[in-house]
Design a protein around this ligand. Sequence first.
Ligand code: NAI
Length: 465
Amino acid sequence: MSEKHLLVIGAGPGGYVAAIRAAQLGLRVTIVDKRATLGGTCLNVGCIPSKALLASSHHFHFARERFASHGIVTSKLEVDVPTMMKRKEDIVRKLTMGLDFLMKKNKIERIKGTASFLSPNEVQIINEERGNITINPDLILIAAGSVPVQLPFLPFDGNRVISSDHGIALQSVPESMSVIGGGAIGLELGSVWSRLGSRVTVVEALDRIASGMDGEVSAALTKSFVKQGLEIRISTKVLDAKVAEDSVTLLLEQNGQKTELTTKICLVAVGRRPALEDLNLKAAGIVLTDRKRIRVNSHYRTNLENIYAIGDIIDGPMLAHKAEEEGIAVAEILSGLPGHVNYHAIPSVIYTSPEAASVGYTEEQLKQNNLPYNVGKSSFAPNGRALANDMTEGFVKVLAHRQTDRLLGVHIVSDAASELIAEAATLVEFSASAEDIARTSHAHPTMAETLREAAFAAIGRPLHG
Ligand code: NAI
């Protein structure tokens, strides 16, 4: 049997993971990406560089605010932004080079260029330096990712009006910054520049920031960010904007009252949209959903037999790890295996300080769905390890079914939340109960003991409460 040839369009976490898994399963794989380096938005301008800057700025902030109480005396603390950026770039380089190695190891052919459909079976790869080539693979997987949404009255100029792409690459700390959008990007990058000394104002149209998270998590984050010096304006619409040579003025409306906000720079973080422009989907006849994402069935197949799609260009949250799961599933489906993703067990994290992490239903969703539940909450304040680590801020909230005790959702606010949520996600995946957590030994002293304590509270038997 001759091996099937799969073309993967896009080398982000969805595309490159699908390429590796498909190669492992015996397909001949070619991956194409227009970027010079692999890894897509996540590695090049998204998850990884932002986490590098979040870590550096957190160290600075922690040194300034907390070192004295640890008995560590600093005489002069300064920020060197170019060095911070270089460290970030070194991390990105290391990871993207690691992907080059993985492609070679798995014998995946790599082409640099922009892929564009000529017909349902033919894709042209446009490369200005090397010339265009046309390929006719047996199967095509589109994993082209997403790009930042622009506001029509405030287009990105990369100078005064910036997207996250620019927000991770500033070479100095702006005196002030407005951030439009209180989602993950606005809060993470707003935190970075606020910690480094910028006066940051987050403007959010809805009545709370981090609106995808549980209500108590949003409230805790708001309280904490305000304490850290960020200004948060909720229920505030941006009506218009004026860009001057050295500032941006936003015209805002809150509760019918109009105000102006002038800052040196404005970060627009109002969401991302699928990157479909280059693909010439019309030539293939690929159908979109009402929300302008590629329509796929439960096997990630588009309306065409040979074309599949995953990641940010299809429905669902725009998360790197969601795309990765879909990448594995689709590669297995293409190889005749039963690939599947449990969307209910996909965690979501905002990497601020404290971080917010969540898996499963929020309390608001349980109420909406009329699902009976018990709540167990535990704060990190009395946790011995949290005290030792100076990480006492935050809590764990466990939601379990009132009759069956099945774990329905876990929500964590803590500097350790992004790591702690992995345990909760595994338990949701395995349909565990709150009692299962409570009866599982957790090493002492660890931050994870607070998850166990919240589970004890959910079954009505708090140990330390
Ligand atoms: P988002 O959709 O998460 O948040 C955008 C926010 O902007 C929303 O709260 C929305 O109500 C608000 N908004 C929209 N238009 C507005 C306007 N005109 N004025 C004021 N507020 C307005 O989008 P975000 O943060 O840009 O992130 C894009 C995507 O990338 C999301 O899907 C996000 O989940 C993902 N991402 C995830 C990260 C993570 O998991 N840590 C990090 C970065 C991005």
